[in-house]
Ligand binder design. Structure first.
Ligand code: MUC
Ligand code: MG
Length: 368
């Protein structure tokens, strides 16, 4: 099954409300869609969602990296040799996990379709039929975040919530998270994501307050490179400390595991450079007794199906997943395939990722 074409499209999708994180506010959400075709005509889709200033990625750069630097080397390669393809991409160019992740995702989709199996079948099979869903509260205002959480609870789709903090006054951050925690009471669990926003002394104070107030998980309190600081926090507090920006590569995972520098990892397909590399990070975590959380970069149907399928193969994915993209995005370039029940996402069982591109929507939302 040789690669014949690799196409990329930047799309900017509408969101239901501005989404505020420590490093950015999202008013429209950009993705790079990758479509591959093999010589025998099988098609595969990948989705690279990018949050501005989260990392080193930008939509235009990813598109250029794929179109001009990576794709020309891959035409004619057999997508059934997935590990060889991923190794080869690392020879073509170092790093650039998002670009490589999008290409690999599309190859997985095509390969699984050609075998008429869901993508999870290529990674050991599904352990979880459903994955508990977490909603990310990103209004940045207590009243609005509480109102939104109440609405999600009423819909019976979410009862896990994450409050985005890390920007501005740490006291305001802590007060906002604890106010939401108190308002929701026993009906829900509340976590925070600091997105690298605190230094160690602020984090030591803030985590103490958040732990005492019943916050369930603290995501990336310190800058990702500060492994020693994350180790001290992990050893000091009972509340789970989760690494996100600090765990990109399998080597990062090994370093954090060796240093006991996190209780949990947020795993994401593009951050790690594809589904194989995501499984590799997950296996290191499992061996080290580190729990997993299904992260997101706010994907639509394509990415949410891909992410949920690889997440479904992870025994230690015990923190659920924040695959809330299909509910924050108000439109998509792929037809709906994601189902929900009992506050959880239903892992798709269709061939590949089971998604169909809506070419009219693709044309409408494509960035010129
Ligand atoms: C992150 O830091 O986890 C996930 C949801 C969200 O709002 O931000 C992303 C990235
Ligand atoms: Mg995070």
């Amino acid at each position: 099954m040789k690669l014949a074409t690799i196409e990329t499209f930047i799309v900017d999708l509408p969101v239901s409300r501005p989404h505020k994180l420590a490093m950015a506010t999202i008013d429209r959400h950009s993705q790079v869609i990758v479509r591959i075709r093999t010589e025998c005509g099988v098609e595969g889709l990948g989705e690279i969602a990018i949050i501005p200033h989260y990392g080193e990625e930008a939509p235009g750069a990813i598109k250029a990296m794929i179109d001009e630097c990576i794709a020309p080397y891959l035409i004619g390669r057999d997508i059934r040799q997935l590990e060889s393809l991923v190794q080869f991409m690392d020879q073509v160019i170092k790093n650039n996990a998002y670009a490589k992740g999008g290409i690999e995702m599309a190859c997985v989709d095509a390969l699984a379709r050609s075998l008429n199996v869901p993508a999870y079948q290529l990674f050991g099979g599904k352990l979880h039929d459903t994955i508990p869903l977490l909603w990310v509260l990103g209004n940045g205002v207590i009243e609005k975040d509480i109102e939104e959480a109440e609405a999600r609870l009423a819909e019976e789709r979410y009862r896990l919530f994450l409050v985005k903090i890390g920007k501005g006054d740490p006291r305001e951050n802590v007060e906002r998270a604890l106010a939401i925690r108190d308002a929701l009471g026993e009906r829900a669990k509340v976590r925070v994501d600091v997105n690298q926003g605190w230094d160690e002394s602020t984090a030591t104070w803030g985590i103490g307050e958040l732990e005492a107030g019943g916050i369930e998980v603290i995501e990336q309190p310190l800058p990702g490179h500060n492994i020693e600081g994350m180790r001290r926090l992990t050893e000091r507090f009972a509340v789970p400390i989760m690494a996100d920006e600090g765990v990109m590569t399998p080597q990062d995972a090994m370093r954090i595991a060796h240093a006991n520098a996190a209780d949990a990892f947020s795993v994401k397909v593009t951050k790690h450079g594809g589904m194989l590399r995501t499984k590799q990070v997950a296996n290191i975590a499992q061996a080290a007794g580190i729990r997993l959380f299904g992260g997101t970069m706010i994907e639509g149907q394509i990415g949410t199906s891909a992410y949920s399928q690889i997440f479904s193969t992870m025994p230690n994915l015990t923190f659920g997943a924040q695959l809330f993209g299909p509910h924050l995005l108000t439109d998509d370039i792929a037809l709906p395939v994601i189902g929900f029940k009992d506050h959880a996402l239903v892992v798709p069982d269709l061939p590949g990722f089971g998604v169909t591109l809506d070419t009219d929507k693709l044309k409408f939302y494509q960035r010129r």
